[in-house]
Design a protein around this ligand. Structure first.
Ligand code: TRP
Ligand code: SF4
Length: 329
């Protein structure tokens, strides 16, 4: 069975962008019968949250809850916490020995995030080494595929380069993992910008139906539609951007016509959007409600999953230690 591995950093609650952009395809891969390993990258969260890690543990459990609500099934997929599998750290240190600093410094994500998070001091060893830890996460399970968005492609390429270098120095241990690009729609937030916790424009998987409607209802629309009788242009409207991610093609065509001819109103248009949103969110809410009543069960799932992951990681580490030929009984 081919192996899939992916991870998420616990830096906040999951929103619709996380769901449509990643989580939904993780569930699909599970349904397609891959052997899936999904983990909460809490050490990776520390690379940016080290000054105040007080919320990381809480977010980790929230994410586990959202995963199960979205349909990840601990009977079929291994759901685990990175910091519970110390072997990741051991492999990370070995890989860090063979990774040239220049590879890390030219990593575009490194430069971008340092720009983006200017208020944080990210001139740390750990942050520079982020992709080395990520390589360890992936290689330790000998994953065949890693479902990621395009923004993660440079990291995956680095993983492949590190694997090649390791194999060249110590003998063939690691297969080179391939990206599995998730062709997902771009999900804008309720203000038209990219959906993000930091923009305060996100619809969370934990939002109640009322909260969702209270985010959709006041959304700004095409400013040409001052009155219901004024025609508008969907391409200039953030509501329509969300329709692109959620509403089927034929219904979207009707909206385009209706908007340009002023035959539908913006509230009606938002109601259609809300209906399609809730088609996605209703089953998630239903499961979320059930699991939320038993937080101890979520904890159990993660502890159990981490044991299973550790067993797999240990097998690879035995092979790695033998290949590197440090003292080994
Ligand atoms: N860097 C990933 C992100 O920010 C999270 C991550 C950590 C990851 N380790 C990984 C993803 C291994 C895939 C495989 O989204
Ligand atoms: Fe936007 Fe819909 Fe109103 Fe047109 S009808 S402006 S697409 S909300």
């Amino acid at each position: 069975m081919e192996r899939i591995l992916s991870g998420m950093r616990p830096t906040g609650q999951l929103h619709l962008g996380n769901y449509l952009g990643a989580l939904k395809s993780w569930v699909d891969l599970q349904e397609e019968g891959y052997h899936c390993f999904y983990f909460i990258a809490d050490w990776h969260a520390l690379t940016t949250e080290y000054a105040d890690p007080s919320q990381v543990a809480e977010y980790s459990m929230e994410i586990a809850l959202d995963w199960m609500a979205a349909g990840l099934d601990p009977e079929r997929s291994v759901l685990f916490l990175q910091s519970k599998v110390l072997e990741h750290a051991e492999l990370h240190i070995l890989l860090s020995m063979i990774t040239p600093v220049s590879w890390l410094e030219r990593n575009p994500t490194y430069k971008e995030i340092r720009q983006e998070l200017k208020d944080k001091d990210l001139a740390t060893y750990g942050f520079l080494g982020y992709p080395v830890l990520q390589a360890a996460d992936i290689l330790i399970y000998k994953a065949h595929y890693v479902p990621v968005g395009v923004d993660q492609l440079p990291h995956l390429e680095l993983t492949r380069e590190i694997a090649r270098r390791f194999n060249h120095l110590y003998g063939p241990v690691f297969p080179e993992p391939k990206p599995k690009l998730t062709e997902s729609p771009k999900v804008p937030g309720v203000d038209g910008r990219k959906m993000s916790k930091s923009y305060n424009n996100a619809i969370y998987l934990s939002d109640s139906p009322e909260e969702v409607w209270e985010k959709i209802r006041p959304m700004v629309t095409d400013t040409r539609r001052m009155r219901k009788t004024d025609p508008g242009e969907p391409e200039d409207c953030p509501v329509f951007d969300l329709h692109k991610a959620l509403t089927p093609q034929d219904e979207r065509e009707e909206i385009i016509q209706g908007c340009r001819r002023a035959s539908i109103g913006c509230i009606e248009c938002k109601r259609i959007l809300y209906r399609h949103l809730m088609e996605q969110l209703d089953p998630i809410h239903e499961r979320r409600g059930k699991f939320k009543a038993h937080p101890e069960r979520i904890m159990e799932v993660i502890i159990e999953g981490s044991k299973r992951a550790k067993a797999e990681a240990s097998v690879t580490m035995e092979e790695v230690r033998r290949a590197v030929k440090l003292w080994h009984p």
